[in-house]
Design a protein around this ligand. Structure first.
Ligand code: BTN
Length: 337
């Protein structure tokens, strides 16, 4: 999206604006303004030109200009109807030196999940990959993933879905204690505590990728996949969607809200400690009995807190353990069985 168009969308979002004032503000001719307005109309915007100037009365359902319109976050939107993976595209843009771009797609044909798993991404979802270049050390990167999970939960709650986060960054609905978390694996693998199957359904997942030096991130791609307006039949077992929970949502508004929360928590000058507080507020894991599979061992106990930069503190029979990475299951406390 060129700069003039982005500035035009920002100006129109702020209210009716006269052609001459727009031309001056954008540093282009009135004819150029008219041409851009016509282009927006062709893309589905309904723009009245009357007293007070140009006024947007209707916005297309989705797409780059629609998402950009009224977006209160410092990102440029690159939109694709269909793409292999928004993370792959964001990585390409990163290699070209881009920043503060969000790659968005209606459908992914090669969506990727954590641990090299594939990620179902049918048409109607919110598949988005913000590309940013924070001036931060790589050690702080997990906070961006947690911030994305918080953003998904807040946008989901505003859409009427009671979502919560399972450490580190799965967003679940109806989490009364584990079950298949929607990644296609059966989490009920026995053990001392029985997994409470009927509860959790996975609504969203996050895949963060980065490049950097020891002391500084070069680029960061936070791939966010939310099962929005999709049928559960098109998703792996155990997954849910906003459509299944509350009916179709306005994806434009949902994604805008998500990006705004993400920018607020992680943007230039933000105090990243606020991410942990926000995460705790929306976490289903704290206070739960958990089993965490790490690279080398299985840790079981009560999740008591999350600690910088996103490690889970688990109280076990052998004392407190701080877990930096792993697959977490919520277990039903033995007393409840
Ligand atoms: C997971 O749950 O394993 C993480 C899933 C992350 C999926 C998102 S969808 C947008 C972005 N593009 C991808 O290919 N993956 C991420």
């Amino acid at each position: 999206m060129n700069e003039t168009r982005r500035a035009l969308l920002d100006a129109l979002a702020a209210g009716p604006v006269e052609g001459p004032a727009l031309a001056q503000r954008l540093g282009v001719s009135r004819a150029a303004v008219w041409k851009q307005v016509e282009a927006l109309r062709e893309e589905g915007f309904s723009i009245e030109s009357g007293e007070g100037g140009y006024r947007v009365v209707d916005v297309p359902e989705y797409g780059a200009a629609a998402i950009q319109f009224g977006l209160d976050a410092p990102y440029e939107i690159e939109y694709h109807d269909r793409i292999a993976s928004t993370n792959d595209r964001a990585r390409e843009l990163a290699a070209d030196g881009a920043s503060d771009v969000v790659v968005v797609a209606d459908q992914q044909t090669g969506g990727r999940g954590r641990l090299k798993r594939s990620f179902s991404s049918p048409s109607g979802g919110v598949w988005a990959s913000p590309l940013v270049r924070p001036r931060r050390p790589p050690a702080e990167v997990p906070l961006y993933t947690l911030a994305a999970a918080v953003a998904v939960v807040r946008a989901s709650r505003e859409a009427g879905v009671d979502a919560a986060i399972k450490w580190p960054n799965d967003v679940l609905v109806g989490d009364s204690g584990g079950g298949d978390d929607g990644d296609g694996r059966d989490d009920d693998e026995g053990g001392e505590d029985e997994v409470d199957r009927p509860g959790a359904r996975k609504l969203a997942g996050i895949l963060t990728e980065m490049e950097g030096e020891a002391d500084r991130v070069s680029w960061l791609v936070v791939g966010i996949g939310v099962n929005a307006n999709v049928d559960v039949e098109d998703l792996p077992p155990g997954a849910t969607s906003l459509r299944a929970e509350v009916g179709d949502v306005d994806r434009r508004v949902f994604l805008q809200r998500l990006l705004e929360v993400f920018a607020e928590l992680t943007g230039e000058g933000a105090d990243l400690r606020g991410v942990l507080d926000a995460w705790r507020e929306h976490a289903a894991t704290i206070g739960r009995r958990v089993r965490v599979e790490t690279a080398g061992e299985t840790i079981e106990g009560d999740a008591v807190d999350v600690r910088f930069p996103g490690s889970l503190v688990v109280r076990t029979d052998d004392g407190e353990r701080v877990v930096h990475a792993g697959d977490c299951e919520h277990l039903r406390p033995a007393a409840d069985r």
